[in-house]
Design a protein around this ligand. Sequence first.
Ligand code: PLP
Length: 409
Amino acid sequence: MDNLLFLKECENDLKQRFEELDDIAFYNQEKVLKAFANNNIALRHFYGSTGYGYDDTGKYVLNETYAEIFGSEAAIVSPLITCGTHALNLALTSVLRPNDLILAITGSPYDTIIECIKGRDGEDVGSLKDFGVKFEQIELNDDKIDEELTLTKIKQLKPKLVYIQRSRGYGWRKPVSVDDMELIISKIKELDKDCFIFVDNCYGEFVEKREPSQVGADLVVGSLCKNPGGGIVPTGGYIAGTKRAIDLVEKRLTAPSVGFEVGSYEIGYRLYFQGLFMAPSLVKNVIKGAYLIGRVMEKLGYEVLPSSKERSFDIVKSVKFNTQEELIKFVQLVQSISPVDANAMPEPWDMPGYDDKVIMAAGTFVQGASIELSCDSPIRKPYVAYFQGGLTYEHIKLLASKLLDVYGK
Ligand SMILES: *Cc1c(COP(=O)(O)O)cnc(C)c1O
């Protein structure tokens, strides 16, 4: 069958998913627009500053706009936060003190965070462990938070911080929905209202109508090279949360005496506002594209997560392959259809922060930005490609067509 006809069929199969996504994006677009109006966003907020960055109104207004959209008391959004891992490490080190305990309730945190928490054997790397912070983890049970065990451990161990990872990371598991977070957070807060609820929100922003900060999370953390950057923010991270938590983050980001009063960025903030404005629609297209890729691979006989029958709570699509070679071929195909470095050939390598070799396709305008068409995977069993992003739906559809050429015949 003609590729376009085949893809039309796939799109028809996904009609219900696409309608749900249109509804969410419409809601979130209005939410963002209202926040812009309420914060009186004007051209003058786009200009940057130099040196100490006192009176840099753009940076404060950007924080407040994020806080409104995330339904949080406060937020810090900054190009001085270099990536998601940095933002997560910053948030953890801001609120944790010696002898405190982290209780992770969604299994292992993302690969690059593990060393930040657990350190390295026999070496002082300035990890949380090196500062005397302890760590315990509870596995997901059938992709759900184990409520009973979580509440038992909260009573027993009195953790200072409960760690939730919304997206799947490099695990064959479903993301955690905000509804599920709401349930567990309210129960944890009943037992200990002072326990910090921490959410790694990477890949989750604007996927649903509510963010974790709207259901009681104290620290919600993500990267601007992903969803909220709208595909055009050059670098940065954000942390949204309660005033109690964000005050501590400010002091840790710079210094206890000066907090967020200092910090400049001469290039300015236009792209930060513009990217945020475009994010709901971009995220919608990215998820539609991920469903299309997933549907094509399903029809070709591969297992994908989430399946076309399930709602998605992050932007990622996992595709399971039988062999390492098949997986590598898929990643290379993504690279070959990228607007930048299309002729580069990705290979598995020892990336900083990862234990296994990792292969990544990212022929992106912003280096490594995974809200752009990209695919990455640690080389370990099961052989799963984690696919996400795409600045336009048509670009992702072109990949789907290419997949039909390669895997369909
Ligand atoms: C991408 C990601 C991170 C790390 O972000 P970087 O910007 O790559 O450092 C952390 N957690 C999750 C769930 C992610 O998807």
